[in-house]
Design a protein around this ligand. Structure first.
Ligand code: PMP
Length: 382
């Protein structure tokens, strides 16, 4: 348990484990240590629990159990889906499409296919809200396009992409498969998988444990496994299953979906409280769109204090936020999402991402705002 005075506003990066998940983890870990592929009872017992978890997850997404594959997280799921579909379908064409605002695990996979395997990649531009417009995608589709991958919710600014329309356009106008990185959507907005051929999810973004993810891949989509190995995960992901976390995913998902409406209601009020007060500050601009945005993400720029200075100041006061995606936080490059939105240098330099969670309180938001204002007064020069 973190000390009470710490204020965690980085729930986009990771979330605290739900007490019920933690409790089950503690119960399962000491007793289920056998290899779940072993044919003795100790193994089959665990295997049954994994299969039950798989069925619960499949039912929640409206797919069949064979279409759910456990992975070590969404980074692996994104890599496996993008590379696995691209390689298995390369004989039909080598054109693949993604956006210019994807998570590093998606654009890194596309760059890898482009640089090492001669695939041709179109990186779709976004509008001033960081959104992919359906007609932009439609114009990019070609007869040799085999895969399109677009994130459901952007992890830096919270923009919700029109996934329903994008997936429909792909189905109606091409032979390509459509993948959606759903990491920041799950448990935060309703996830619509109509016309979506593959999707990725991560447990630790929804109050589950780290090192746990799910790749959803429809049975009819040709696919080559990224990790060769045994017969595990229907031959789609080799390696001894991380049984306990795979079992826990179902409970994590159930808790996230059961609590979703209440969480949204609570977090929306916190976000509005932030917006109301930040709007009165002359040096603050909003990078997150005012419409069609996740309630859990607010990206702002402080025009008079660089991100690093403000983050250090907040950190000194035990308040934790991010400047950009944590997976890219050590590159010192400006956020590629904000860059793709063509924001000016001052906005790029002063950006902060506030990642809200349902465990945050009004008092925490007020304290954050007080400390931020103090930081502006201390360091700010407009
Ligand atoms: N996609 C998005 C949109 C994310 O925000 C993240 C987490 N930073 C990932 C993928 C990677 O998830 P994981 O940490 O499970 O590898």
């Amino acid at each position: 348990m973190q000390p009470a005075e710490e204020i965690y506003l980085d729930h986009v990066s990771s979330t605290p484990v739900h007490p019920e998940v933690l409790k089950t983890l503690g119960e399962l870990l000491p007793i289920h240590y056998a290899n779940s592929d072993a044919i003795h009872s100790a193994g089959t017992r665990i295997n049954q629990l994994i299969q039950r978890s798989r069925s619960v997850i499949a039912a929640a997404f409206g797919v069949s159990a064979e279409e759910i594959v456990f992975t070590s997280g969404a980074t692996e799921a994104n890599n496996a889906i993008i590379k696995g579909i691209a390689f298995a379908n390369a004989h039909k064409g080598k054109h693949i499409i993604t956006s210019s605002v994807e998570h590093a695990s998606v654009y890194g996979s596309f760059e890898f296919l482009e640089n090492e395997f001669g695939f041709e990649v179109t990186y779709l531009p976004v509008d001033q809200d960081g959104r992919i417009l359906p007609e932009v995608l439609k114009n990019a589709l070609r007869p040799d396009t085999i895969l399109v991958s677009i994130m459901y919710v952007n992890n830096e600014i919270g923009t919700i992409m029109p996934i329903h329309d994008l997936a429909k356009i792909v189905k109606e106008n091409s032979r390509a498969y459509f993948h959606a990185d759903c990491v920041q959507a799950l448990g935060k907005i309703p996830v619509d998988l109509e016309n979506v051929d593959a999707a990725s999810f991560s447990a630790h973004k929804i109050n589950g444990v780290k090192g746990s993810g799910v790749m959803l891949k429809r049975a009819n989509v040709p696919f080559l496994p990224l990790i060769s190995g045994g017969q595990q995960e229907m031959g789609m992901r080799g390696g001894t299953p991380n049984a306990i976390v795979n079992i826990l995913f179902a409970k994590t998902l159930r808790l996230a979906l059961e609590g979703e409406a209440e969480h949204i209601h609570h977090v929306r009020a916190l976000k509005q409280r932030l917006i109301d007060r930040l709007s009165t500050l002359e040096s603050i601009v909003f990078n997150s769109p005012s419409e069609g945005c996740s309630d859990f993400i607010l990206n702002i720029s402080c025009l008079c204090v660089p991100s690093e200075v403000m983050m250090n100041w907040l950190n000194q006061h035990s308040i934790f936020v991010s400047a950009q995606s944590t997976c890219s936080s050590k590159t010192k490059q400006p956020s590629h999402t904000l860059s793709a939105m063509h924001l000016n240098q001052k906005r790029l330099d002063g950006s902060l991402r506030i990642g809200l969670g349902y465990t945050n309180t009004t008092a925490e938001i007020d304290r954050f705002l007080d400390v931020l204002e103090e930081g502006i007064t201390t360091y700010g020069k407009l």
